[in-house]
Design a protein around this ligand. Sequence first.
Ligand code: GLN
Length: 309
Amino acid sequence: MKKVSDEQLKSWMEHVRIYANNGKVADYIPALMRQKPEINAAAYYDVDGSCVGAGQTEYRFTLQSVSKILALAVALMKHGEGAVFSRVGKEPTSDPFYSISKLELEKPSKPINPMINAGALAITNMMCGENSEEMVGEIIQLAKELTREDSIDYDEEVAKSEYESAFLNRSLAYFMKQNGVITGSVEELLDAYTKQCAITMNVQQLARIGAVFANDGKDMETNEQIIPEHYAQICKTFMVTCGMYNASGSFAIRVGIPAKSGVSGAILGVVKNQGGVAVFGPALDEKGNSVIGIKLLEIMAKHYKWSIF
Ligand code: GLN
């Protein structure tokens, strides 16, 4: 098993940076539109506790859909598998992450999986709390434990910007409320969900989260079982089948590791028993995945023979 070398990671990053020209920064959330496409960063956190990085490793970005993994883990830990899967399905979809079509077609109306927006909203609806702050607080708490970084929080400006423009997510939530999939205040839910998506960290912190998943939910330094192994396994399975949206199949062929991306340009990857990898580059392809993120992971997966297949 070859260890990821700092020098090599830096030279690959130099090589893939140019691919940012092939993508576009997400523009449907006004605050994300202001992200600079040339920013890039990558980190690999080994389960032995060492970490290597390339690019702007201190730069903090919002997790966006990567947060769906954390919310799912919280829901599983707080409510158990039965409750979670009575709300959302387990199957991948070829529809884009924001699609509403299956909600109308499926009877009863239940989001097809927890990684599409409808499913993620249904999961965030399971967070305990009197208000959005307390609900997102549950997810932030897990993020703090996984990163061992007490300063983790959400970016108020990005959260507000998405909250004010989330018309599509609002319609998904109201549709689900009408059909009894979600309960309570839709506005409070939207507030919690947009704050969750705006949770901010750098690539080293995100890579550490990947390393804990790689280590079956157990912190490699403290040996604390932060996420029960079975729940960590469920999260990783969704990363394989649905983590890269409706490009998860081609990503599985091209890279072959559990991964979750977000429209900020973040990708979190898990290399079983070896480590966590995080890449950030805001230029996205047409499916909403970071162009340089996919390119770098492809190179690394080939070189280190990471594919699980
Ligand atoms: N906050 C974003 C949204 O709901 C997250 C989507 C994503 O990263 N794919 O639209």
